[in-house]
Design a protein around this ligand. Structure first.
Ligand code: LMR
Length: 394
């Protein structure tokens, strides 16, 4: 039977990691997968994570099962981090999931359980794996306009025009901050307008928040999600700890479901637990436990916030330096948007052919849609990239 299996199309982002590894050039630069790198090109373990791991090693006495939801303390800590006190805790059900991707998958599962006829609306473009998972699950998907290719900014009027077709019971997937892949984000005021439209349509918002702390700050990046939660009767939030805690391989994520009334939370929680049981039973605990320890220990939390802020400031400086270098080399303001974008990524508007040429001629790897990982740059590589873009795309 296994001979019937067909080759699967490679994931475009993960495929790039392989191409990069195989490239023998010393001066190659990886701006593909969304992983933070320091000035030496290393992805460090955050100080607070290392300290929590040491404590855990000393204090943990069992590796027995936790709960189907994961440790409820993790759900509570993530609720505080993302939502603060925006909605009463008794309206929020939460499960630990294997990374943010696990949370997205379970969100789609929960939506289908609640409404088998749901259509999931995604921004054009969005993280390609959103689309891939939806296709794999056979869930109907429609795209809403989002990115204006010419200016590399959000086309909000077009977005609202396409969302006019949303039906009651549909799911509207929004990026909570640091839009992936474009780096172009809605203003808080625009999020408010989208929330009003979703409420008017009777749809369910799903916020994917995978980069909290990488844009304008931890609180600022949570503001759109909190605004949506304050305006909408119910919503889902898929949060990732991979990037802001740097625990990529531990697979720590959280799905929250906010019900309209507290009496509905038990059913939401029971459904989330059930979905965990069906898909993998107990979610991974190690990364989630480290995150909980950090978020509930004032000293660890302060150190984590300080390190995350250093990372964020570093990315802002890289953005500004790259925009300045491009301004000089192209003698135009064409790439100024790079300094305005927020988060790990910017889509720079190069054609697939130009992206390939930059890879072949300069050993600089970005995703085929011209998404680059700003956090993969450093002071040495910014001028190299500017040179490559100016020579290839001008
Ligand atoms: C990315 O977009 O690069 C990250 O979210 C990693 C991934 O799994 O694709």
């Amino acid at each position: 039977m296994l001979e019937n299996l067909k080759p699967q199309a490679a994931d475009k982002i993960l495929e790039l990691m392989q191409f990069y590894r195989e490239d023998p050039r010393d001066n190659k630069v990886d701006l593909g997968v969304g992983v933070y790198k320091d000035a030496t090109g290393h992805t460090p373990i955050m100080r607070a994570v290392k300290a929590a791991e040491k404590q855990l090693w000393e204090q943990e006495t069992t590796k027995s099962y936790t709960a189907l939801s994961g440790d409820p303390a993790f759900g509570a800590a993530m609720r505080d981090l993302v939502l603060a006190d925006t909605v009463p805790a008794d309206r929020v059900a939460a499960i630990a999931t294997p990374g943010g991707t696990g949370a997205i998958r379970q969100a789609f599962e929960l939506a289908r359980l609640a409404n088998p006829d749901t259509t999931v609306w995604t921004s054009n473009p969005t993280w390609p794996n959103h689309l891939s998972i939806l296709k794999f699950m056979g869930l109907p998907n429609r795209e809403y306009a989002y990115f204006d290719e010419a200016s590399c900014t959000v086309d909000f009027d077009a977005m609202m025009a396409s969302l006019a077709d949303v039906k009651a019971g549909d799911v509207v997937l929004l990026h909570g901050c640091c839009h992936n892949p474009t780096g172009a984000n809605l203003t808080l005021d625009q999020y408010g307008k989208v929330a009003d439209l979703i409420a008017e349509k009777g749809a369910l918002a799903l916020v994917d928040i995978a980069y909290q702390g990488f844009g304008d700050g931890l609180e600022e990046d949570a503001a759109p999600t909190r605004l949506l939660a304050s305006k909408l009767p119910e919503m889902m939030i898929a949060a990732s700890c991979s990037k802001n805690f740097g625990v990529y391989r531990e697979r720590a994520g959280c799905l929250m479901a906010i019900s309209e009334r507290a009496e509905q939370t038990a059913n939401a929680q029971g459904s989330l637990n059930f979905l965990n049981r069906q898909n993998y039973s107990f979610p991974p605990d190690h990364g989630a436990r480290l995150v909980t320890m950090i978020l509930t220990d004032p000293a660890l939390k302060a150190d984590w916030m300080a390190e995350l802020e250093e990372v964020r400031q570093g990315m802002l400086t890289l953005r500004q330096n790259l925009a300045d270098e491009l301004r000089q080399r192209t003698n135009s303001d064409r790439f100024d948007f790079i300094a305005q974008h927020r988060g790990m990524f910017s889509r720079i508007g190069a054609t697939p052919e130009e992206v390939l040429k930059i890879r072949e001629d300069f050993g600089i790897y970005m995703v085929g849609d011209s998404r680059m990982n700003i956090a993969g740059l450093n002071d040495r590589t910014v001028p190299l990239l500017a040179e490559a873009i100016a020579k290839t795309c001008a």
